[in-house]
Design a protein around this ligand. Structure first.
Ligand code: FES
Length: 164
């Protein structure tokens, strides 16, 4: 866990990078999210205090954008498209398979903090349906059978090994 002082120091570094510019709030939140892979409550409070921005405003921006998460996320976020084209092509089955294989429900993170499973709207590549996206990589025409191999690939990445 991050201590409050440590969070404050890291937030201060980020805020300083933008010279405390209030109009840079989104960029600052993005940097904090990159640092922690989510927005810890202590970081939001620290931004509020250091930038003298009302807590309600910080919270409003933090919850408005899908790119921000208030919950800890795994090393890899697995986004399952359930837009219309992917839904028709079995996107929900992929989601169910992933829930089974990862032993989590949609929106949850695995116990080892490796994967967070999310359901998202159209990813803009419907001709490749059904798709999932992990770390900006889109996996097209996906079938349930391919899921274990894909998960293994990311687990190997985490451990710095190359394996297909
Ligand atoms: S519906 Fe899945 S990419 Fe468009």
């Amino acid at each position: 866990m991050n201590s409050e002082n440590e969070v404050q120091a890291r937030v201060k570094k980020i805020v300083d990078k933008y010279d405390g510019d209030k109009s840079a709030l989104i960029a600052i939140l993005q940097d904090v999210q990159d640092e922690y892979r989510y927005l810890p409550k202590e970081a939001l409070v620290s931004i509020h205090q250091q930038m003298n921005i009302p807590m309600s405003r910080v919270y409003e921006v933090a919850t408005f954008y899908d790119a921000f998460s208030l919950k800890p996320q795994g090393r890899f976020v697995v986004e399952v498209c359930t837009g219309t084209a992917c839904h028709v092509q079995g996107g929900i089955n992929l989601l169910e398979s992933l829930e089974r294989d990862l032993h989590v429900k949609c929106g949850e993170t695995t116990q080892d903090n490796m994967f967070t499973l999310e359901r998202v709207g159209c990813l803009g590549c419907c001709s490749l349906a059904p798709v999932i996206r992990v770390e900006d990589e889109v996996h097209p025409y996906l079938t349930q059978d391919e899921i274990p191999r894909i998960l293994r690939t990311y687990m190997a990445k985490k451990h710095g090994r190359k394996r297909e």
